[in-house]
Design a protein around this ligand. Structure first.
Ligand code: CA
Length: 226
């Protein structure tokens, strides 16, 4: 079955080129030329992944990310001409899953989209649940509850937490987290780890500034402490 990608891009030539390439690689493609129609299209067409240009004529791309994250955990891959690190971190911080800077190689973009969809769809594992303090992590159903209340995680946040939960009490090296959560070639993208560890702590820890469970060992990696 083919996957559906929503392309939110205001440059007609690029939008057309993306649509042609994606369709030739078996994707079903929906396009939107500005932020508002992108948000509408996400709600009505239920894409498997959103490819989002940050520079749009009506809304800023970051507003589109926030708008989507208000109700969906669909993977978001951001596409932008901006070179500044802050924009990258801001997009990730708001809940984007990955980031591709223009100009990009089409095959790299395809690989990023496939990886984003795969992370969101990983098949149910056999080990069932992990209890960590007030957190109940259900590996089969891909859910986490904090003190009995479901916590909504993005696919990337979930992938990070799941990896740590499967290695409960053991230090997982930074490079392993980057490789397993984001994919080969990400081993030096340490800022992803800081952003996502902070997001997870905000959602899961009683005192995110002094985490009890999601513990960083500086320069080495992360441990989920029971
Ligand atoms: Ca643009």
């Amino acid at each position: 079955m083919s996957h559906k990608v929503l392309v939110v891009e205001d440059e007609p030539a690029l939008a057309r080129a993306l649509a042609i390439n994606l369709r030739s690689h078996g994707w079903e493609v929906v396009t939107a030329a500005d932020g508002r129609s992108g948000l509408d299209a996400a709600a009505t067409t239920h894409p498997d992944v959103v490819l989002l240009d940050l520079g749009l004529p009506d809304l800023d791309g970051t507003e589109v990310i926030s708008g989507l994250r208000g109700w969906t955990s669909v993977p978001i891959v951001v596409l932008s001409a901006r070179q500044h690190g802050e924009d990258k971190v801001e997009a990730l911080d708001l809940g984007a899953d990955d980031y591709v800077t223009k100009p990009f190689a089409m095959n790299e973009l395809m690989a990023r989209l496939r990886a984003a969809v795969r992370r969101a769809e990983e098949v149910a594992p056999t080990v069932s649940t992990v209890q960590v303090g007030g957190l109940l992590i259900d590996l089969a159903r891909k859910r986490v509850a904090r003190d009995g209340t479901d916590v909504r995680l993005t696919p990337t946040e979930w992938a990070f937490l799941e990896l740590l939960a499967r290695n409960l009490g053991r230090l997982v090296p930074r490079e392993q987290v980057l490789r397993e959560v984001w994919g080969p070639g990400y081993e030096h993208e340490g800022h992803y780890l800081r952003v996502y560890a902070a997001q997870l702590r905000r959602k899961l820890e009683d005192n995110p500034a002094h985490p009890r469970h999601l513990v960083t060992t500086s320069g080495l990696g992360y441990t989920l402490e029971p």
